[in-house]
Design a protein around this ligand. Structure first.
Ligand code: ATP
Ligand code: LTN
Length: 335
């Protein structure tokens, strides 16, 4: 018998750009949460079209895209249960982005902090794609009638503009798009740089500022040894006054699945050396099994390609439904 009271399964969507080495920040702020949704239809893309907003080396981009796919799977996302695919393999993303560009205002895009930051960082290449980046991201999300978007806090503003665009469109044409909600667990919303702990850990910053998911144990150990702390010597969680120590404590407590109080208590009377040692062990312990699975997956390129092809077809099928509806609503001739 059909269960009429059953709730519709939620749709979860997120993406990561294959724009550099995937960091511990990406892992804790995004990837790790991707595996936490049960009874939901989940889609995760490698946002390769987004990376073109900053100049990329083509060979590196290809390599990093395949590598990110393998990382998704190695982190526990079963590609038969989750749609893991490459954004550029699904033309509907770019097609919807064109339409939504015509429903997005210059004024709202120019308020995006990521645009302001990246224009400063890449002053010689402030291209139109960098400006309309959030419209492509909104298209990614809206194509699948997404309910939940797990991201780090730096992407909150982009999910908000996505909601605004969707509401604007629905206001004109009726209920075409589901309005998505961001999902940003507080503890891991923003993992900080190891060398400048008041700044976000970012994969496009220099190597010594971040730990990469694929870093060797000796690199992890060395980077954490050099991580910036402070001079008062007390292990206490106080992000405002002690950003370096607090960042290390966050990493430790989340990876050990302890409360912050438990983590701080476990280090009572010890120094920063012991804190760094504990973080090193926790990070290596977390990443070792992921790296082992990664090595197996990436060694079978044909297998990986087959997974991505199959999943892109699934995504395109779902995306096409929304795109058709949009084309019809705005008046594009469908024959
Ligand atoms: P880039 O430096 O190339 O802009 P990035 O490291 O910021 O890259 P993105 O691909 O932009 O990474 O982000 C992928 C996901 O990881 C997003 O959900 C983003 O919010 C999250 N994320 C990135 N860095 C962090 C961080 N330091 N802490 C928590 N979440 C993060
Ligand atoms: N812009 C995101 C990556 C991204 C994304 C998405 C995240 C592209 N499309 C859709 C969530 C939903 C970033 O992290 N820089």
């Amino acid at each position: 018998m059909e269960n009429t009271t059953a709730e519709k399964r939620k749709v979860v969507f997120s993406g990561i750009q294959p724009s550099g080495n995937i960091t511990l920040g990406n892992y804790m702020g995004a990837l790790r949460n991707f595996t936490s949704f049960e009874n939901a239809d989940c889609l995760y893309c490698m946002a390769d079209l987004h990376t073109l907003t900053v100049r990329q080396n083509p060979a590196d981009l290809r390599k990093r895209t395949a590598s990110l796919a393998a990382i998704y799977i190695a982190c526990g996302l079963d590609p038969d249960e989750n749609i893991i695919y490459c954004q550029s393999h699904v033309p509907a993303h770019a097609e919807l982005a064109w339409v939504l560009n015509c429903y997005t205002y210059m004024g709202e895009l120019s308020r995006m902090t990521q645009f302001k930051d990246k224009s400063q960082k890449h002053a010689d290449n402030i291209n139109a794609g960098l400006f309309t980046y959030p419209v492509l991201m909104a298209s990614d999300i809206l194509l699948y009638q997404t309910n939940i978007v797990p991201v780090g806090v730096d992407q909150k503003q982009h999910v908000e503009i996505c909601r605004d665009i969707a509401q604007r469109f629905n206001g004109i044409y009726g209920d075409v798009f589901q309005i998505p909600e961001p999902y940003i667990p507080k503890a891991t919303a923003k993992i900080m740089s190891l060398t400048e702990p008041t700044k976000k850990m970012s994969k496009s910053d220099p190597e010594d500022t971040f730990i990469a998911v694929l870093d060797k144990p000796e690199d992890i150990r060395r980077k954490l040894k050099r991580a910036v702390t402070d001079s008062d010597g007390e292990i206490r969680f106080d992000p405002e006054n002690k950003p370096g120590v607090s960042n290390l404590l966050t990493i430790l407590s989340v990876l050990k699945k302890e409360t912050m109080e438990e983590t701080v208590a476990s280090l009572q009377g010890l120094g920063y050396g012991a804190l760094k040692e504990a973080v090193t062990e926790a990070v290596i312990g977390e990443l070792a099994p992921i790296q082992a699975r990664y090595n197996e997956i990436i060694a079978d390129k044909d297998g990986l390609n087959a997974i991505l092809k199959r999943n892109a077809e699934k995504a395109q099928y779902l995306a096409q439904k929304t795109l058709r509806k949009v084309y019809k609503k705005v008046g594009l001739y469908q024959g």
